[in-house]
Design a protein around this ligand. Structure first.
Ligand SMILES: [Zn+2]
Length: 452
């Protein structure tokens, strides 16, 4: 049995009462939280590891509900172009050129960035190699829901991606059998649906059936761009959300990403079916538009935050997304009282846990939950002073303030040092592989940086 005692910190528990403890302790035993707030000395073993958190903030590890780990080596390939150029001339050539080993390194690099920004769990909507992603997640020590990128129709798809409905379903089941609940349960496999542009109704219906059969979630880009809604209307006779509603696939294990182009009626459909939403503000501001997040929150819909992929929004930093979320809706609605800091903290903790179907395990610091914990050191010119700790976490925290990150009771980063993998060698290999993929994909950009 091993114990870790975090002492004298400002604890943001995110328990049901959203209690904070101005000076409290967190006792961790093996992979779970044993006590929070005041810790009885009788619970503590003599060989406990003690961490002094005085003047620091202890909170649940952050949850990123939408991140394309396989796009990490494609950061910067899709800037300043429209969506179709981004997709057909940049991302498809890039992603279809990846090998399994590329996907592994890309995932490691993506996880490093996330861990440094306090993320302990994420949901991946789908790369080509669940095997490569699972290996990386297992090694680095984070928690993830992985899925394959699934497409069975659509024009212009690279040859390597032209698959039948059954092939896509079989491959996902095979991945699930191999990798679900591996790495002490940290790696779980979900079902993916890319978008309605590339998914037949047969695939959508069967995917939901399989997700229910295995008790996991479905992760899908929904009503992402205006053209998508128009396409659905033209080809299926209903807008994306209405069509998914008619197919009866909207449900509490359905994670809908972006959800920008929804009518109020469709927001109500999400509410009725208890669909979970992943809001990605940076990606939304770049190309998609404003999602009706304040309305969704008012209706009690479970809204969470995601970074999207590095080829889409460049920064896989959930702390930046928190800050952006607090700003963009205020500006759009001309109402500085909406999107309060407490709501945004909820999105990256308890709501994230619900969206990942893990509310009993993660998302808050409570006795019996998994020990996914971060320590924030606010003593920097960029974060101080703190007059309201919850507000500062959203408005002035930077990823550099995350001092330590723990997942499943184990330190992944302690005092800014990554302990589970060799960070320098991953960065070096990522540079070499990125250069090689760029050449294979045949993309040509100006201002190439001579990093090798
Ligand atoms: Zn995405």
């Amino acid at each position: 049995m091993s114990q870790i005692l975090l002492k004298n910190g400002f604890i943001v528990s995110m328990n049901k009462e959203e209690q904070v403890f101005t000076q409290g302790d967190v006792l961790i035993e093996n992979d779970r939280i044993k006590a929070v707030g005041h810790v009885e000395q009788s619970l503590v073993t003599p060989d406990v590891e003690i961490v002094d958190a005085k003047g620091k903030i202890i909170m649940p590890g952050l949850i990123n509900t939408h991140v394309h780990t396989s796009q990490q080596l494609g950061r910067g390939l899709g800037d300043d172009v429209n969506l179709l150029t981004w997709l057909h001339e940049r991302i498809w050539p890039y992603e279809s050129s990846l090998t399994e080993e590329d996907s592994y390194i890309s995932t490691l690099l993506c996880c490093l960035e996330q861990i440094r920004a306090g993320v302990t769990s994420f949901a991946e909507p789908g790369g080509q190699f669940v095997s490569g992603m699972a290996k990386a997640v297992n090694q680095i020590g984070i928690r993830a829901k992985l899925a394959k990128s699934v497409m069975d129709c659509g024009e212009g798809l690279p040859k390597v991606w032209q698959k039948t409905t059954q092939e896509e379903l079989d491959k996902q089941e095979e991945d699930l059998r191999k990798f679900h609940n591996t790495a002490d349960g940290r790696v779980q496999v979900w079902f993916g649906l890319r978008t309605i542009f590339n998914n037949s109704d047969d695939l959508i219906i069967k995917t939901k059936e399989l997700a229910d059969k295995y008790g996991v979630g479905v992760h899908m880009h929904v009503a992402e761009v205006k053209e998508e809604v128009e396409y659905a209307l033209e080809t299926r006779g209903a807008t994306t959300v209405k069509h998914l509603y008619n197919l009866d696939v909207l449900d509490k294990n359905f994670l809908a990403v972006h959800t920008v182009w929804l009518t109020n009626e469709e927001v109500n459909m999400f509410k009725e079916k208890r669909v979970k939403v992943s809001h990605n503000p940076a990606a939304a501001m770049r190309v998609l538009g404003f999602a009706k997040i304040p309305r969704m929150l008012k209706e009690g819909i479970c809204v969470t935050l995601g970074t999207d992929g590095a080829a889409a929004s460049n920064r896989m930093d959930l702390i930046d997304e928190m800050w952006l979320t607090s700003l963009i809706h205020k500006g759009w609605r001309l109402d500085p009282t909406i999107m309060k800091a407490q709501e945004i903290i909820r999105m990256v903790t308890v709501n994230g846990a619900k969206a990942l179907l893990e509310e009993d395990n993660i998302g808050s610091l409570e006795v019996g939950k998994k020990a996914d914990v971060i320590i924030i050191n606010p003593n920097s010119a960029g974060m101080l002073p703190i007059h309201d700790a919850i507000a500062n976490l959203v408005t002035s925290m930077h990823s550099s303030n995350v001092e330590s990150t723990m997942c499943d009771g184990k330190w992944i980063m302690k005092d800014r040092e990554i302990l589970t993998v060799d960070e320098d060698s991953i960065i070096n290999e990522a540079k070499e592989r990125a250069e090689s993929i760029y050449k294979r994909a045949g993309i040509v950009l100006p201002h190439r940086f001579p990093y090798i």
